[in-house]
Design a protein. Structure first.
Length: 496
């Protein structure tokens, strides 16, 4: 027998042996029923089927929670609110159907309904919100198509839905709150619509099957760690309205190879691209002002980074352990350049400094203590080409000397003739190593310059290009033409 509370028009429980099939009436002994009260049938293990009649508008918090043998549920279109934990832990419930009149699916309403294989929504009559953890740990649901009228998906609403493969979101959706699809390990397809403006922190964290995602133009906020650990994510484009890359945003996206950045980025947060092992190079738009700690740490395949005018602050270890990083292009707006920015970047050759004090495209500063001191001299207006060239024998490693020699022969501002001969002789002696590095980096421009200037010894020339002396003047153009024609990289073509 039902227990009834007239003040709230609620059924508050059951007296006597609990049946296996229960029909909740909208009228009880002539009295209107509008609500099922808090914990009314909590832990009723005998229940296997529940039908709620048309007319009832609210299911109170934890009203059917821990009904672990419940298999079948029928909810009416009149239902407007499913409150917190309404069906929490109904671990044998086979299907969930949200009626079209529903305006709120409360926090943890269907959390741990781990046997439910389908989750469907009726065509909503109005707007709806989904609360915190509402469907988390529903580990058998494979596909969800959300209805128009849904405005917000709450924190962790679908986290750890281990079988979820596809999600289709409506144009009415405005916010994805933090952790909403966290640890959905097989989620591969997510369709986002125009109108969405916010993606919360950790929203798609550890979605290890997500390979590509197109963000709508209306998105302006992408919060901390939204794509952290999306190990199969290969490409993504951030919309123009996004103004910062938040902490850990693409951390551990180890297969990310293509990233399009918006033009208004101001900040790159801590560890934003940490462990993006396949990112090879990135160019940032003008206006980026700050790189925070570890922003590009352990980007093992990164070879080159380019930052435009406006960058002011680079925090320590921003490029930590980028083992293949060779060049970083920095503007002269950077307030301080320090060795600890490039901690354990063992292949680092130099900084391409965009200095307004020269007409050259950039000033190459070797990555040595002497080169970093020279960066400070540039900022103080104490730089001279005579001193730069005079340091050649003391630049340190052969690799750095080769980079300096190549730079000075390409851009000859203030270059004296005797210094030019020194650089030419050095490149003639070790030019093969430069050429091999250019091939491995697929750098047609550098290889072409070496050949055009005949800076490779004759015994090495034939190894790289089978061209007559007359053709060598057009070496760069010919290399580019052949590369486009064959589609082969230099590395493959020269079998290195």
């Amino acid at each position: 027998m039902f227990l009834y509370e007239e003040a709230t028009k609620s059924i508050t429980g059951w007296e006597g042996p609990m049946p296996s099939v229960l029909v909740i009436p909208a009228v009880l002994e002539g009295k209107e029923v509008r609500r099922i009260g808090h914990s009314a049938f909590f832990g009723a293990e005998e229940l296997k089927e529940v039908t709620v009649e048309e007319g009832i508008t609210s299911l109170g918090s934890y009203c059917f929670s821990k009904c672990e043998e419940l298999l079948t549920l029928h909810l009416p279109d009149s239902l407007e609110r499913l409150e917190e934990g309404a069906f929490l832990g109904c671990s044998h419930l086979e299907a969930i159907a949200i009626p079209r009149g529903c305006q709120l699916v409360g926090d943890k309403a269907f959390c741990w309904c781990s046997a439910a294989k389908t989750l469907t929504f009726g065509q909503l009559l109005g707007e709806m919100e989904i609360g915190v953890g509402a469907f988390s740990f529903c580990s058998q649901v494979e596909r969800i198509v959300f209805p128009e009228g849904l405005r917000k998906i709450g924190r962790g609403a679908f986290s750890v839905c281990g079988a979820l493969e596809q999600v289709v979101l409506p144009a009415s959706l405005r916010e994805l709150d933090s952790q909403c699809f966290e640890a959905c390990g097989v989620l591969a397809q997510v369709s986002l619509q125009e109108g969405l403006w916010r993606i919360g922190s950790w929203a798609f964290r550890e979605c290890k099957s997500l390979q590509a995602l197109e963000l709508p133009k209306t998105v302006t906020v992408v919060e901390e760690g939204a794509f952290l650990g999306c190990v199969e994510l290969r490409s993504i484009r951030l919309p123009d309205g996004v103004t910062e890359i938040s902490d850990w945003l693409f951390g551990k996206c180890r297969n990310l190879v293509r990233l399009e950045l918006p033009p208004k980025i101001k900040r790159v947060g801590s560890f934003a691209f940490s462990r993006c092992r396949q990112l090879k190079n990135l160019s940032f738009p003008p206006g980026v002002e700050k790189l925070e700690q570890g922003a590009f740490s352990v980007c093992l395949d990164m070879t080159e980074l380019r930052f435009a005018e406006g960058l002011k602050t680079i925090e320590p270890r921003a490029f930590e352990m980028c083992g293949n990083l060779r060049f970083v292009t920095l503007p002269d707006t950077v307030e301080q350049i320090q060795a600890k920015m490039f901690y354990e970047c063992n292949q680092m050759e130099g900084i391409c400094y965009l200095w307004k004090g020269t007409k050259l495209p950039y000033l190459f500063l070797p990555f040595t203590p002497r080169g970093l001191r020279m960066a400070k001299e540039v900022q103080k207006g104490q730089f001279s080409w005579e001193k730069y060239d005079g340091c050649f024998e003391r630049w340190g490693s052969q690799k750095v000397k080769l980079a300096v020699a190549l730079y000075r022969l390409r851009y000859r501002e203030g270059l004296l003739k005797e210094r030019e001969e020194t650089y030419r002789k050095y490149l003639m002696r070790y030019g093969k190593k430069v050429a091999e590095a250019a091939i491995l980096a697929d750098d047609v421009d550098t290889l072409g310059f070496l050949c055009e200037q005949q800076l490779l010894p004759k015994r090495h020339m034939a190894f790289f290009v089978d061209l007559s002396a007359k053709q060598q003047g057009r070496c760069t153009a010919l290399l580019l033409q052949q590369q486009k024609k064959t589609g082969q990289s230099l590395k493959k073509r020269f079998q290195l």
